[in-house]
Design a binder for this molecule. Structure first.
Ligand code: ADP
Length: 406
């Protein structure tokens, strides 16, 4: 049953796919759609990054996730690329308390995932729309869900709860943590290239449009800056990060804002965009002398440094600090500013290595290894889909009395 694997990452207004040939971790096709529901653009590229197809303008305006996915699938089928597709791996933001590993999606699992929609109303419905569209387009292909929360499910109680009545904890109001697929990729990479660090105390800063940091000991997440929702912790492109809950009460009671308006404020109007009044894009903020943009960057850096201190305390020390995500991988300014004057924690960055975006960024005698490891969530999903495919294949072989392959 060896065949290709498609990974699908359906976000609130974007959709990304990657097609992996059998036994290969380099995708032969990648596709991405931006601004779904609005001025949508859809781009498909081959392994070299050359355009295979691009769609935009009137024909794409207002396109839904379903129509975009169907278009993508149609293009893959027409190009003869979907013929030996055996599994589709989906990024699903919330696995609740039950899903601690990837699962094979059937009707029962899908219903259970739907019941988690209230926990991630802005992400989960889109993830599940992607699963439904893929199931209907490819009914005979295995559908595997991989969860952003799963990597964090073994947090100790003190990092899993809020100081609210325990009945709410039992109802699922917990610190779930997100970006788990990214942390899993980076952790696996660290195990491969620096096993002694993987066995130690590590903080990974995933700094993209969404941003969080995670404390990892011996490969296991023990604390994350994100909590119940993908709003907590670090400020992000348009999300506020840590916020005194009293602010929300004030907005409700005094300013009479309703829940939708507050959700829009916290998810879409805050963070770097809200503070700068200019942009959620770090490149834009770095390129201007605007004082508000500078203040937004100052706040971003300040909060990252503060969280690194807290996470290092949770770990009882630090062996490696790793940057990933669009900002973590590309912005030497942010990396330098996060690490500036942190010798007291054993963190010393080498400016040349940082400017050259090397894997090892720390100065030769820095007690803490500072690193940059580009994240690849789709590879984690493809690996999970591949493992599930082999498991299913072995089960089928056993059922017909065959011998599973080694
Ligand atoms: P997402 O969370 O949507 O996957 P990414 O991980 O792609 O986001 O990160 C997007 C962020 O990375 C944006 O703020 C973008 O400005 C930033 N970024 C990308 N390249 C650079 C760069 N060269 N310098 C600074 N920031 C960058």
């Amino acid at each position: 049953m060896k065949g290709s694997i498609l990974t699908l990452n359906a976000g609130s207004s974007s959709l990304k796919i990657a097609l992996f040939p059998p036994g290969d971790e380099s995708p032969i096709v990648t596709g991405s759609a931006e601004r779904i529901g609005g001025d949508c653009t859809l781009t498909i590229k081959d392994a070299s990054g050359a355009f295979i197809a691009e769609y935009k303008g009137d024909a794409m305006r207002g396109a839904t996730h379903e129509t975009v996915l169907r278009k993508l699938i149609h293009i893959l089928q027409q190009a003869g690329l979907a013929q030996n597709l055996v599994a589709i791996g989906h990024r699903v933001v919330h696995g609740g308390t039950d899903f601690v590993a990837p699962i094979l999606v059937d009707d029962a699992a899908l219903n259970q995932l739907v019941s988690l929609e209230p926990l991630a109303p802005l992400h989960q419905p889109h993830n599940l729309a992607g699963i439904r569209a893929a199931r209907s387009a490819f009914p005979d292909v295995l559908q595997i869900a991989c969860f952003d929360t799963a990597f964090h499910r073994n947090h100790p109680f003190v990092n899993d709860t809020f100081a609210l009545p325990l009945t709410l904890y039992a109802e699922g109001i917990r610190r779930y943590g997100f970006h788990g697929l990214s942390y899993e990729y980076v952790t696996q990479k660290l195990a491969a290239i620096r096993p002694e660090l993987h066995a130690g105390r590590v903080i990974i800063c995933h700094l993209g449009n969404g941003a969080s940091a995670c404390a990892i000991r011996d490969g296991q997440s023990i604390a994350s800056t994100m909590g119940f929702s993908a709003l907590d912790g670090l400020p992000m492109g348009t999300r506020c990060g840590q916020l005194d809950p009293g602010v929300i009460l004030y907005l409700l009671q005094q300013k009479k804002m309703n829940a939708d308006a507050i959700a829009d404020l916290l998810y879409n109007q805050s963070g770097l965009l809200g503070l700068s009044g200019l942009s959620n894009d770090m490149r834009v903020l770095e390129a201007t002398d605007d004082p508000a943009a500078k203040a937004a960057i100052d706040y971003f850096v300040f909060r990252i440094r503060r969280e690194i201190g807290g996470l290092a305390a949770s770990l009882g020390g630090l062996d490696a600090l790793i940057f990933c995500g669009g900002i973590g991988e590309n912005s030497c300014l942010i990396r330098a500013r996060v690490c500036d004057d942190m010798a007291w924690m054993g963190i010393a960055i080498d400016p040349q290595r940082n400017a050259a975006h090397e894997t090892i960024l720390s100065a030769p005698l820095s007690p803490v290894e500072v690193m940059m490891i580009p994240t690849q969530e789709d590879i984690v999903i493809a690996r999970a889909a591949n493992a599930m495919m082999e498991q299913v294949q072995a089960q089928r072989l056993r059922a017909i009395g065959g011998i599973p392959p080694l």
